[in-house]
Design a protein around this ligand. Structure first.
Ligand code: NAP
Length: 318
């Protein structure tokens, strides 16, 4: 494993982090996800990313992770960075989503109970709230750190302009932002158009792209059809309609480039993000330990020559 410094902080993160959005809910098999967690930790992955609503049902990923943490990993707690988030809908009424202090503080208290933890390492505001003053949301993050319920704070899904404002508020409160979590992959490039990495670098904030494999599209998963049990068959966040002929042709062409590099497509997609040292860690999902180990092996080749990069751009623009 490689460890990379998170912005200008004291924290280093493993170059790959494991997210529990999918595959750790009550519909999934405990023996399977326990094995994935062990494979991750044994590979040197230190960072495990959760949110209040991960499951299904919402909250179950935190409960299931907390159970395994207590049964298998408790003596390693100080070697782990555990994060959770609040921002999306979690409970009915006006205090169950978005960015009020009431919601963020209550939600983190619930998350800590579900995971049976005294504190998380990183607490994120999960998405910007157009209606709550940014000052209130950032003050809630600062409060949570002062209460000892989180060591660091982060934001997710914020565009550059609002992110810069959030960083300034947090800095003025004495709780600098550790990390930003944007959606970023070969198939999702808003981060580049928005110059987000420049803003993060200027503010000394780390970057952890989520869905770096575009939920499985940037892997060999769909090269020969739609396998039973794959995310596309569940049809909620990744829909079969997204696998158009154009997308499939791109996946096949990218796979051919990956093969020339002696990598799987997943490995090339992850290496493509990690080639920029402003990317602290890539936040992957995995439905099996085999997938996780395949992804971790991206670290064997993070270098791209000019010709390879041009070929990739050619495919993505086609
Ligand atoms: N902040 C936010 O708003 C936000 C939003 C979304 C996600 N996230 C975070 O990002 C994490 C990762 O998101 P994600 O699950 O969408 O990431 P992803 O890495 O893009 O996709 C993971 C899926 O790709 C497939 N896969 C993974 N490795 C593979 C391999 N080596 N070979 C073949 N297929 C492979 C699996 O699909 P199958 O299940 O079909 O096997 C797996 O479930 C989440 O768990 C969460 O922590 C954050």
């Amino acid at each position: 494993m490689q460890y990379r410094r998170c912005g200008k902080s004291g924290i280093q993160l493993s170059a790959l982090s494991l997210g529990l959005w999918h595959n750790f809910g009550d519909d999934d098999f405990e023996a399977n996800y326990r094995k994935t967690l062990h494979a991750a930790f044994d590979s040197g992955i230190t960072h495990f990313d959760l949110a209040n609503n991960y499951g299904p049902p919402p909250g179950s990923a935190e409960i299931n992770f907390g159970k395994i943490l207590h049964e298998d990993f408790l003596s390693h707690r100080d070697e782990m960075i555990i994060s959770t988030k609040a921002g999306y809908y979690m409970w009915p009424g006006p205090y169950g989503e978005w960015g009020s202090k009431k919601y963020l503080v209550s939600s983190l208290d619930q998350s800590l109970k579900r995971m049976r933890l005294d504190y998380v390492d990183i607490f994120y505001h999960h998405r910007p709230d157009p209606d709550t003053p940014l000052e209130e949301t950032m003050a809630a993050l600062d409060l949570i750190v002062r209460q000892g319920k989180a060591l660091y704070v982060g934001i997710s899904n914020y565009k550059s302009e609002d992110a810069a404002k959030a960083f300034a508020i947090l800095k003025s409160l004495g709780t600098p932002c550790l990390i930003h979590q944007p959606k970023y992959s070969m198939f999702e490039r808003w981060v580049e158009d928005d110059k987000l990495l420049d803003v993060l670098e200027k503010n000394g904030v780390g970057c952890i792209p989520f869905s770096p494999l575009a939920q499985g599209l940037l892997t060999n998963r769909y090269l020969n059809g739609i396998p039973e049990g794959s995310r596309a068959t569940k049809g909620v966040f990744l829909k079969q309609e997204q696998l158009t002929e154009t997308v499939l042709n791109k996946i096949k062409a990218l796979n051919a480039i990956a093969v020339e590099r002696n990598q799987t497509l997943a490995q090339m997609a992850l290496a493509w993000l990690l080639k920029d040292n402003r990317v602290t860690s890539v936040l992957i999902g995995a439905s099996s330990s085999a997938q996780l180990l395949d992804s971790v092996a991206c670290l064997k080749n993070l270098e791209f020559n000019k010709e390879e990069l041009e070929k990739i751009e050619g495919v993505l623009k086609s």
